[in-house]
Design a protein around this ligand. Sequence first.
Ligand code: CA
Length: 293
Amino acid sequence: MNIGVELVLDAKATLGEGAIWDARRGVLYWVDILEGQAHEFNPATGADRFVEVGQPVGTVVARRGGGLMAAVQGGFARLDLETGELSIVNDPEAGLPDNRFNDGKCDPAGRFWAGTMSMGEDPAGKGSLYVLEADGRAWRALAGVTVSNGIAWSHDHQTMYYIDTARPEVSAFDYDEATGAIANRRTVVTLPPGDGGPDGMTIDAEGRLWVAHWDGGKVTRWDPTSGRLLATLPLPVSRVTSCAFGGTGLDELYITSARTGLSEEEIARQPMAGGLFRARPGLKGVPAYEYAG
Ligand code: CA
């Protein structure tokens, strides 16, 4: 089954990423990591606005009490989307100046999970996946990560799904909601060769996973129980980075993309690279978890 997509914002983002829907406010947050911008797209008006964060910003999440958190190069931070004011809460990699935070999400208990990657020449295994507790403490959940990316939790809160783009797969872990501990890593989805690298990920109301394909030009839907491919959304751009359900009915899939690293020729062939896209795949997502701190 192929599903059509439309360009909703010709953003020409360098590295569009981190799509996440705020159901309370009816807006989609997304970031341009390399430009250090946190964006807010309002589908009701088509308006997009952003603040300059002042450093690379990997992702943002909403706080239960209102406002936003961000994972930036300098650590976990509070972010004021009106003023752009950033206050670092915890920097677990203060001693690793070549690393920056990349993708992340909140878990069912309201912890903020986000992972890092090295911007150096040999990034293999130099990143980690961290957890920010509601009280501001942070701990490392996983070491040896290359490009920490998509993360999602099963609806029974027993399983965490995770993507390190260096592995052409979605991993699953046993997940303990009470402590945040993860264990027993195994592969639940394997991407075929030639399909690019798995990047951002979200879960739908039926518990199936949607995966963005960096250099694969599509988003795919998978059954994590059987490992079967269920649907494909081809995009007119190659560097597809993240996806999130949104809209008032949570039945719209928003998809970010990037133009970083593309040659002028490639950009001429895919002029919508860096755009924000939307599909209506005929099913719904679930509300994003918020940070409890
Ligand atoms: Ca990503």
